[in-house]
Design a protein around this ligand. Structure first.
Ligand code: PLP
Length: 371
């Protein structure tokens, strides 16, 4: 494990995507099977997909080149002919951050909902905004997409269950953008299958908290996965020697996923330590993200980013993201940078305008500028 600590990503708090392949991932790539996965002849890829199907309790799974590809395929396989619409949180990656994929690939209208609690969608939100029936003026809701987690915050299992039961009672499918479902499972102790029982399609990323270099995976029924494989090919996502990608993903599953609880504990500890400096988060710190509330913390973000450079830690804005390669030393340096920025902010004249960020970052409108 010590080799992980010397990763160039050890001081990179910008996102959990900023990790580097571990030595065992690189070794697995070198020793991968090299079959052609377009013909489904690559052993490691088949094994990886089987393992995901087993873990999620789904019938089948398909490796995808990115989380975006998994999301778009997951929604598209459940839609047929417009008019139809997808209901999701207005910040949802599948809608706000995927290059209008729902419009371009699924010809779908989107009902983008602002959660009443400001944090995650509830059944009340869904009931208020869902489009049911056959009024010819409308685009009926055919898929509800939930992101687990959003901004690192957990959607309670009970809420997922209620939304899923409501959806299925109205012949609506439920997609999970589970880019960080690994984190949700590590944080709550629920298995992937516990979550996935409420979804028809689930897309997960292997290149975020899991730390693999490339990819995602879509899990669903055999018939949905068969169709997704076809549509993946159409998008140019048929992969020849896919083993070089799925072998490190398998290592990530076996070696990095078990460390995620520890990453979450470090994030919680950071929350406590920052509270002692008068720094508070915008939203609950449930997993591996901490969003600084710059306004409430009286913290000038421009100054903070300058201090981060000085203390040799990478941050791009109010989101502090922890992952398995972040070192304890880097956490100490980050805290020192924040403490220094708090002190310097106190000395600023009242009319000072930050160079980098002029005001508090607002999770409810800006969260998805990040991936
Ligand atoms: C919640 C969420 N879903 C999906 C994605 C898409 O993943 P990728 O960058 O692999 O396309 C991201 C990452 O940016 C994400 O944060």
């Amino acid at each position: 494990m010590s080799s992980l600590k010397v990763s160039p990503a050890a001081n990179d708090f910008r996102s959990d995507t900023f990790t580097t392949p571990t030595p065992s991932m690189l070794a697995a790539m070198a020793n991968a099977s090299f079959g052609d996965d377009v013909y489904q002849e690559d052993h490691i890829t088949t094994e990886f997909q089987r393992e995901i199907a087993r873990l999620t309790g789904m019938e089948d799974a398909l490796f995808t080149l990115s989380g975006t590809m998994g999301n778009q395929l997951g929604v598209r396989v459940q839609l047929n002919q417009p008019p139809h619409s997808v209901l999701c949180d207005y910040r949802a990656h599948v809608y706000a951050e995927e290059g209008s994929g729902l419009a371009a690939l699924s010809q779908a209208m989107v009902t983008a909902v602002h959660p009443a609690n400001g944090i995650y969608l509830t059944l009340d939100d869904v009931e208020r905004w869902v489009t049911l029936g056959d009024d010819i003026h409308t685009a009926p809701t055919k898929v509800i997409s939930l992101e687990v987690t959003t901004g690192g915050v957990l959607t309670p299992m009970e809420e997922i269950k209620k939304i899923s039961e409501f959806a299925h009672a109205h012949d609506i499918k439920v997609h999970c953008d589970g880019a960080r479902l690994w984190n949700a499972s590590a944080a709550t102790g629920y298995s992937l299958a516990d979550y996935c029982q409420y979804f028809d399609t689930v897309s997960m990323c292997v290149s975020k908290g899991l730390g693999a270099p490339i990819g995602g995976v879509l899990a669903s029924t055999k018939s949905n996965i068969k169709r997704a494989r076809w549509l993946r090919k159409q998008l140019g996502g048929g992969i020849r020697q896919a083993g070089v990608l799925t072998a490190p993903a398998m290592v990530a599953l076996n070696e990095v996923w078990p460390t995620m609880k520890d990453t979450h504990e470090k994030t919680k500890k950071l929350e406590k330590d920052l509270a002692a400096l008068g720094v508070v988060p915008q939203i609950p710190v449930d997993t591996n993200f901490y969003f600084i509330d710059a306004n409430k913390s009286n913290l000038d973000m421009g100054i903070l980013l300058e201090q981060c450079e000085k203390f040799n830690v990478k941050l791009m804005d109010e989101r502090i993201s922890l992952h398995h390669q972040i070192s304890d030393e880097a956490i100490e340096s980050l805290k020192a940078a924040i403490a220094a920025a708090v002190q310097i902010t106190k000395t600023l004249p009242p009319d000072h305008v930050s160079k980098a960020v002029s005001g508090g970052y607002n999770i409810t409108s800006k969260m998805n500028e990040y991936s």
